[in-house]
Design a protein around this ligand. Structure first.
Ligand code: ADP
Ligand code: MG
Length: 701
């Protein structure tokens, strides 16, 4: 069959109902798992395995083992501790293990009487009296029966409530048999099997192996997801992921946008006024942005730069460029505080150039906000600043040509897509510039953000000094208070950041208020300010402005100041309960100091004892100020789904691949993606459909 003759779609595979034993109840469950066709079932991959292929000697067991064992019940009894339970002690001559049941019938306790010979499967744990299994699967064996073991490792599939593993196993067994009969060439969508670890494996071979690994398979590799056969499938999944983002990008590039070809004189006159030189990295990124803006299709660029690398200027440069051409630009920040900061910075830099600025915030009075909306609608406002609520407030632009999204790590991928769509007014699609301080390895970024162009500001403005960081246990908090007091008396400014266990914002604000009162009464000669998320926008702004103008020395704050706040004279930061914060958040917070020329420091106050991860986080913060190094550790601790904010959105929820673990496959995946796109475009949809199926529909938002 010639593959090029017809479009290949998942729905050309027979429906799962061709398999035996699927009633309406099971069908419902399968649908919940997005399994509609035989192919869907074949690509429903195990998440782990059990080894029921051999009987283990009890004497060789360790806690954590999951295994089959055979033995004789030496003693069994029903006991009443906190609750009723059945205990059976089983021996096989090499050792002894205790079986513990909390739920059991009369028949079960009779069956497990002493002398019974049994076979069971379960997880070995360490109990008070030695090794035990809680609620193992078991069967009582009549003497001398030949025990039938499995002839392959037992797959455990992702499932949904009410759908038993046994059913999934039965169905996949049939699907695999069916595969043998049909020898479907459609399954091999790649022109040649990719070369992985020096070997070429067909997709059929990989599927068979991964669903039913032979007993001699390397279980360690399988458990870690690094087996050749798993990597073969991971390769294809990463490929499908990349192709789908690629398609999304092509679709966007077919949309019309204004091409901005002006010389950039507005920005040039801003640069003349700056009291510093742009860094090389800033110049390079601005050049790339200006080149993007010349295209008649929307720019989609992600700019990643560590905290303090000067991303705001990139945003301003892009805005000035479209404003010079007679269009409007909007800058969106994730928090009101950051939006207010941008308003300050933008008006300082834009006013002398005669650029009209408007802003919108949730807490603005109606009259004021209507006035702003009018200016935006009639085009009087050239640059607009606000939170992402901007697009929910019925704002119409006259000529919007650019959307800048700042500190994107606060927005998930899904929101990014939604924002992109909401910015569209009329026929033209705005250019989009996304800025993030979350530094991630390049290969990872290229996978996660394959729909975007990507630039890195890999240089900090000169003269920055790393922030000296120490960790201090809570019982020495008074010493820290004294240190803050003396720093403030010497004319320095400090942040005191309050965090709490409770997620509730109200509690966090309460804690900040308490600390504010406490420090205010302890340090009479220090001017203390307070800012938290429950204050009105105006109030917050006044406090921040007061701190920026050095009217207060010490600012007690919740993590609202985490993102973007820029007060260069602040050189000391105390973070309470630092052990509870993630690395990305600690790094962001610490980035608020060390922005001026003076030496800065950060004190991480913690309550012992520290968990292993908390210790790793605090040690990392003490050891480095490099955002990339910090991100690497963060990725190891939390995984890419959390770090990239993709977990909640369903995007990058991979079945078998792991973008961190399988990073080394990415260059070949990219090569293969290119080749497929140019040489076999008809196979692209089939691959996307196979791996992403209906979950891709959000891409059409
Ligand atoms: P971030 O990348 O964290 O958003 P900002 O844009 O807020 O960083 O910049 C941090 C500080 O560095 C600001 O005070 C800004 O004025 C200053 N800055 C930006 N670029 C330069 C530069 N090239 N040289 C010196 N200072 C700079
Ligand atoms: Mg910033």
């Amino acid at each position: 069959m010639n593959l090029n003759e017809r479009p290949l779609r998942g729905d050309m595979f027979p429906p799962v109902t061709v398999l035996k034993g699927i009633g309406s109840k099971i069908m419902e469950h399968l649908q919940r798992l997005q399994i509609h066709t035989v192919q869907d079932l074949l690509f429903h991959l195990p998440i782990r395995y059990q080894d029921r292929t051999q009987v283990r000697a009890i004497g060789t067991l360790k806690p954590g083992d999951e295994c089959v064992l055979i033995g004789t019940v030496e003693h069994s009894e029903t006991v009443y501790r906190k609750r009723r339970m059945l205990l059976a002690s089983v021996s096989d001559g090499t050792g002894r293990i205790l079986l513990r049941f909390f739920y059991f019938s009369r028949a079960q306790s009779d069956n497990l009487a002493s002398g019974a010979s049994i076979r069971c499967f379960g997880e070995v744990r360490r109990g008070v009296r030695g090794l035990e299994m809680v609620h193992p699967e078991y069967e009582v064996q009549p003497e001398r029966t030949v025990i039938k073991l499995e002839d392959h490792l037992t797959p455990i599939y992702p499932t949904t409530e009410g759908l038993h593993q046994i059913v999934l196993r039965r169905l996949t067994t049939q699907a695999l048999k069916w595969l043998d009969g049909e020898k479907l060439p459609e399954l091999d969508l790649l022109p040649v099997p990719p070369d992985i670890d020096g070997q070429q494996v067909s997709i059929i071979e990989a599927l068979k192996f991964v669903h039913r690994p032979p007993p001699e398979a390397n279980t360690l590799a399988l458990a870690g997801g690094t087996h050749l056969m798993q990597r073969r499938l991971a390769f294809e999944e990463l490929l499908a992921q990349r192709l789908s983002l690629f398609k999304l990008r092509l679709k966007i590039q077919k949309q019309p946008a204004v091409s901005i070809t002006h010389p950039g004189s507005l920005f040039a006159s801003l640069v003349e006024r700056l009291e510093f030189e742009l860094t090389k990295a800033q110049q390079r990124v601005i050049k790339a942005v200006f080149a993007d803006l010349q295209n008649p299709y929307p720019m989609l660029r992600l700019v990643q730069g560590d905290v303090g690398s000067g991303k705001t200027l990139i945003a301003i440069a892009a805005c000035l460029q479209v404003i010079e051409a007679g269009y409007q630009a909007v800058v969106m920040a994730p928090t009101e505080i950051l939006a207010e900061q941008h308003v300050q910075v933008f008006s300082n830099w834009l006013a002398p150039l005669g650029v009209q600025l408007a802003w919108l915030s949730g807490s603005m009075k109606a009259a004021r906000s209507n006035e702003m909306k009018d200016q935006i609608a009639n085009g009087q406002a050239q640059a607009v600043v606000g939170t992402h609520a901007l697009f929910q407030q019925g704002v119409t632009f006259r000529d919007l040509a650019l959307v800048v999204v700042d500190e994107q790590h606060r927005f998930g991928v899904h929101q990014r897509l939604a924002l992109r769509e909401k910015g569209i007014q009329g026929a033209l699609h705005p250019h989009q510039l996304i800025m993030t301080a979350t530094p991630i390895p390049r290969t990872l970024a290229m996978t996660a953000y394959a729909d975007l162009d990507y630039s890195v500001i890999d240089e900090l403005p000169p003269g920055r000094k790393p922030v000296g960081t120490i960790a201090v246990p809570r019982e020495r908090r008074h010493e820290v208070v004294a240190r803050v007091a003396s720093a403030c008396r010497r004319g320095q400014q400090a942040y005191w950041v309050c965090t709490l266990v409770e997620e509730s914002e109200a509690m966090q604000c309460k804690a900040a208020e308490d600390v504010y009162r406490e420090l205010g009464s302890m340090l009479q000669d220090v001017r203390v300010g307070l800012v938290h998320g429950r204050m009105k926008g105006k109030e917050k702004n006044a406090v921040m402005q007061g701190f920026a103008n050095r009217e207060t020395d010490l600012l007690v704050a919740t993590t609202v100041i985490e993102v973007g706040v820029d007060v260069p004279n602040a050189s000391l930061m105390i973070i309470e309960n630092a052990e509870r914060l993630g690395l990305a958040q600690l790094h962001q917070l610490r980035g608020r100091v060390g922005r001026g020329g003076q030496d800065s420091s950060c004190v991480l106050l913690f309550s012992p004892p520290l968990t292993e991860n908390a210790k790793l986080r605090i040690d990392t913060m003490r050891g480095t100020t490099n955002g990339f190094d910090i991100a690497k550790v963060d990725l190891e601790i939390r995984g890419p789904g959390e770090v990239l904010g993709t977990r909640q959105t369903g995007m990058l929820q991979l079945r078998i691949a792991d973008i961190l673990r399988d990073q080394d496959l990415i260059p070949d995946v990219q090569e293969c993606a290119k080749q497929l796109f140019t040489e076999h475009p008809e196979r692209v949809d089939a691959l996307i459909d196979r791996w992403l199926g209906r979950s891709m529909e959000f891409g059409q938002v």
